[in-house]
Design a binder for this molecule. Sequence first.
Ligand code: MTE
Length: 332
Amino acid sequence: MGLNMRKRFSIPRIASSEITSESAYLKRRDFIRAAGLAAAPVVGGLSLHSEAAKSTGGAALDYVAATPGVGGFYTDEKATPPGDIASYCNFYEFGTGKGDPAHYAHEMTVDPWSIEISGAVHKPGKLHLEDIISGFDLEERIYRLRCVEAWSMVVPWVGFPLAALLQRFEPTGKARYVEFQTLHRSDEMRGTRSYTSIIDWPYREGLRLDEAMHPLTLMSVGVYGKTLPNQNGAPVRLVVPWKYGFKSIKSIVAIRLTETRPATSWETLAPREYGFYANVNPQVDHPRWSQKSERRLPSTLFNPNRIATRMFNGYGEQVAHLYQGMDLAKSY
Ligand code: MTE
């Protein structure tokens, strides 16, 4: 990424005791233990906490596997190996280097965790980690992820549709957009303490409500069948596969439904370079580089693995209708 330097309320809170079956409860315990989220016990001199964060995932999740042929939920393109997904990351809260998140994201505490849902909803409230893990049916989605920087991956996510979460809080007739915020805890996020940091934290993103409700739009809690490594946005992140990766905001703590379009981090920083829509589009170049092709990871100097970029990242059949009548060169 980078840029041209020119420039409280109470919930209709679903009490865990009401909705958590024994198996779901055990599932959560396994989740916490294996992900190293809890008290971080020390085994053999190594903290499980940091070990889990450095590894390519935590606890095994219960989910329905992706199957070919359903609405873009699956691709038979070769999945990017778990080690590449967990080591080549963008998570500026931990630094701007691709390896920084894998080195430092274990410093982020991901339990307890909650997401506050507010704004234009009939039932504002909070979702706690246990509600997130046991309260939604988890499924696998094998998606392409195309970064605006022109590299890409194929990732087998585990998660649930954002629509299922939003419906629970009952958007009002005024809701037109959805704003998301990442955790901002500077003592655990060294990138936010940096004097050279360019982002006005917390990291923010947004979608139009119809984009947010689209069946492809996923809240992910895992990758390769296990809980997310911290560097990939644990414990819960957004995945919007037809948009540039910066829309897929990590480690979400707040979701707000709004009447007006929310200000988002990269658009605020450099509006001519990073638009609100950020739909993958090989016809509209970034002002400083072409978007016609991408490096599919793993990629090396000698084998760059360069492939053509597809309109809407190959999800046109599912999403093109959302943008009918819009000039995508202007609304980039
Ligand atoms: N979310 C937060 N909070 N901070 C970030 O810096 N980077 C974005 C997105 N989500 C980012 C973020 C960008 S630019 C990309 S390409 C994807 O995360 C990368 O996701 P990955 O590192 O899991 O591949």
